[in-house]
Ligand binder design. Structure first.
Ligand code: ARG
Ligand code: GLU
Length: 739
């Protein structure tokens, strides 16, 4: 084929396929200059790439924090005040709550720094710099190498690269693969370990709408909480100490009182967890047709049982609310994901894309690569499905079996490392067990056990069913055999009973271990795990490695085949920037959502006494008297949430939504249901992220909580008003470095 023709094909391709449309993409901050700045400015951004990410000057990135390693947060005052989601701080808020002093229910506002609450174990990580280390990481790697040889070469290289960094105490360097292992970037981090709780609204604001509204727009949730970073008196990271002082950050985000309106530019800065944008169609098909339906069905079964008990008993509701929310969260997400993948014809899109890829690829092996994917995904299907079944049934949803993982750990510590290690682990286990039993109802769990083990046995191949299921063989002949199995285990196991477990752990290790080993829950958990490890996990991971290396070759080939396209790397919990515009959407025929919700909508949804839609009296009074202060938009109403085309995922919770000038306008906390398939197939027509409007946060802190000392330490700005007037420039207002 002549050069000309090839060139022609890729030009045609370019005009048809946009791998990254405006809104799509989670970009590396250090590459914004070369890949994104132009587009960002054309969407309305008034900053430069250097204002967002700079190694030498303070920039937006210096205000962005990885919160506990699982969420994002941002610094919003010169005194280290930090904003994140209520659902990100939930664990901390819960741990400070007691029946008498229920922070979840009543909210909490430290009225002075002395009242701020320490959170052992919670940490806040800044990114000091990001380096492209691809060349050095891949040095010596050849195409001929086996996967193992390749990986060990890379591992050696990474050690060398890490060793080359001179790090201060509390600094670390982490190197992560990008583009499925075709590139490597190093992240130098600084971590602070003294992070205190400053304020949180009551659940009736912070979790308003609960599971019914989760993943849904229109939304009216004030999903935020405030923390503060503390440092040593010389502004360095330090373990918790009374001597510590509020940290002076390199940068903090001013907050805009002007907010945003439809079509305004926004960027979201944070730590998205995981996406799969470059899967072959066959993998997406497997997700849609096999894996998602299986996981949905399992959780559906468990949730129905728990819901039944929660509705019948207020005490159960309290005990199970948080667990229920956790299980329901991804259950609902997968349902939305499947619907969205179908609604946007994701499989057709993938098929057309692959057809064009084969035509355009210079490498004749393109066709074979896709055929190899077909075979590999066919081969792994049963293992992948069984793996999901095991993890959902034996690990995530049957509580008794989940807790057995810790018990097995205890036993193996004793057997491998002796009594000291046993006692050490037992000490740490105590906390977990106290929490576990505080919220545990064996009768509910037993019913879940019966239903899920039955489902497991129906859906997976006989070779993956633990023989322990059949130990109660005579019982199995009876009609409700899994119910019988559950009866047997839950009536005989001591692990359904807190007192018995505490007594067990007070015995000497030898004796305790021999009792544990006789326990039917321990025995079932252990034999099921061994069976799983041998017959599922091991072959799965070897096949998955093969798929990963196909995926790496595919990614490299895509980049080579379409040199003029911008490819963004899948999310991997590293710092990213995504940007787009405030926009409504049309989820269904004749339905159209405008992008901003208001306090009026909170009141519309109000159901007195309801656990999801109750509204605090104080908020109702503020609404009735229209006591809104400066927190309205030009409609004169208080905006609560808004949506945009920013491409986000789990881990972006707590990420700041930033306006064209670098000011905070919102707090990311969710996506719309129809668009949760953006993890696999972003589609600008229905993918929207959901943010709390910064003015709602300020309104709650100021008018609802009366914590105006917190408002005073923030910097409130009016960039649009200023830009519109003859005096101000509206340009990002940078704080001087205070280090
Ligand atoms: N859907 C949001 C996020 O993953 C919020 C989850 C917390 N809220 C809840 N009702 N479960 O993860
Ligand atoms: N709530 C999610 C989180 O915890 C963010 C929503 C999403 O998945 O986009 O990170």
């Amino acid at each position: 084929m002549g050069i000309l023709k090839k060139g022609f094909l890729s030009v045609v391709f370019l005009s048809i396929v946009h791998l990254a449309t405006a809104g799509e993409g989670m970009w590396l901050p250090l590459l914004l200059k070369s890949l994104n700045e132009g587009e960002m400015q054309s969407l309305g951004m008034k900053m430069t790439a250097e204002d967002i990410y700079s190694v030498n000057n303070s920039s937006l990135k210096d205000a962005i924090v990885h919160f506990g390693g699982f969420c994002t947060s941002e610094v919003i005052s010169p005194d280290g005040l930090m904003l994140t989601n209520h659902h990100c701080g939930y664990g901390q808020i819960q741990s400070h709550s007691t029946v008498e002093n229920n922070l979840l229910k009543n909210g909490f506002w430290a009225m002075s720094k002395k009242e701020e609450l320490p959170n052992p174990g919670l940490f806040a990580t800044f990114i000091d710099r990001i380096d492209d280390v691809s060349d050095r990481a891949l040095e010596g790697v050849t195409k001929e190498m086996s996967d193992t040889e390749r990986q060990s070469m890379i591992d050696q290289n990474l050690e060398l690269i890490k060793g080359g960094y001179r790090l201060r105490e509390f600094q670390d360097v982490r190197i992560r693969p990008f583009y499925q292992g075709n590139q490597y970037f190093a992240f130098v981090t600084t971590t602070f370990n003294d992070v205190r709780l400053v304020g949180t609204p009551p659940e009736s604001i912070g979790k308003f709408g609960s599971d019914t509204d989760n993943w849904v727009f229109p939304r009216h949730t004030g999903d935020f909480a405030l923390f503060r970073i503390y440092s040593s008196p010389d502004n360095q990271p330090a373990e918790y100490s009374e001597e510590n002082v509020p940290y002076k950050p390199k940068h903090f985000l001013p907050i805009s009182l002007d907010g945003v309106e439809e079509d305004d530019f926004t960027l979201v800065f944070g730590f998205p967890g995981r996406t799969n944008q470059y899967l072959p169609g066959v993998a997406v098909k497997q997700t849609i047709e096999k894996l998602n339906p299986a996981k949905i069905k399992i959780r559906d079964t468990a949730l129905k049982i728990i819901d039944k008990y929660m509705r019948g008993d207020e005490a159960v509701r309290l005990q199970y609310a948080s667990k229920f929310a956790r299980v329901a969260n991804y259950w609902k997400k997968w349902i939305g994901e499947n619907q969205g993948l179908k609604a946007t014809n994701a499989l057709d899109k993938k098929a057309k894309f692959e057809e064009r890829y084969i035509k355009s690829a210079k490498d004749p092996s393109a066709k074979k690569l896709l055929a190899d994917f077909e075979t590999a995904y066919q081969n792994i299907e049963e293992l992948a499905l069984t793996r999901d079944y095991y993890q959902e049934v034996a690990i995530r949803n049957i509580e008794l079996l989940n807790m057995q993982r810790y018990i097995r750990n205890l036993v193996s510590r004793y057997e491998n490392n002796g009594e000291d290690e046993y006692n050490n682990y037992k000490g740490r286990l105590n906390n977990y067990l106290q929490n576990f039993y505080k919220n545990y109802r064996p009768n509910i769990d037993q019913e879940v056990f019966a239903a899920l083990t039955e489902l497991y046995s129906q859906e997976v191949d006989a070779q993956f069913i633990p023989s322990d299921f059949k130990k109660s063989a005579p019982l199995f002949k009876a009609k409700n055999s899994y119910k019988a199995l559950a009866d047997l285990i839950y009536s005989k196991s001591i692990f359904t009973n807190k007192d018995a477990v505490m007594e067990l752990l007070s015995k000497n290790p030898e004796e305790a271990i021999s009792i544990i080993k006789e326990d039917p829950a321990y025995q079932l958990g252990k034999s099921w795990e061994s069976l799983y490890n041998e017959k599922v996990a091991a072959p799965y991971s070897s096949q998955k490695n093969d798929i990963d290396s196909l995926q790496r070759v595919y990614m490299a080939s895509l980049i080579e085949t379409f040199p003029n396209e911008r490819f963004y790397p899948d999310a991997n919990s590293t710092m990213r920037v995504t940007y787009g515009q405030v926009k409504g959407y049309k989820p269904r025929d004749a339905v159209c959502y405008t992008p901003i919700s208001y306090l009026d909508g909170v009141i519309e949804k109000y159901v007195p006494g309801d656990y999801e839609f109750d509204v605090p009296q104080k908020l109702i009074s503020l609404f009735d008297s229209k006591d809104y202060g400066q927190y309205t938009d030009k409609t004169g109403k208080v905006p609560v949430c808004f949506i945009g085309t920013n491409h986000t995922t789990g881990g972006n919770s707590g990420s700041p939504a930033i306006d064209a000038y670098g000011n905070l306008v919102g707090l990311n906390f969710d996506r719309v249901w129809e668009g949760t398939m953006s993890d696999i197939n972003y589609d600008p027509s229905i993918c929207r992220n959901i943010m709390v409007d910064a003015r709602y946060i300020l309104f709650i802190v100021d008018k609802f909580a009366g914590a105006d000392h917190l408002i005073k330490e923030m910097k409130l700005v009016r960039p649009k008003t200023r830009a519109g007037s003859s005096t101000g420039s509206g340009i990002i207002n940078k704080q001087k470095s205070r280090r």
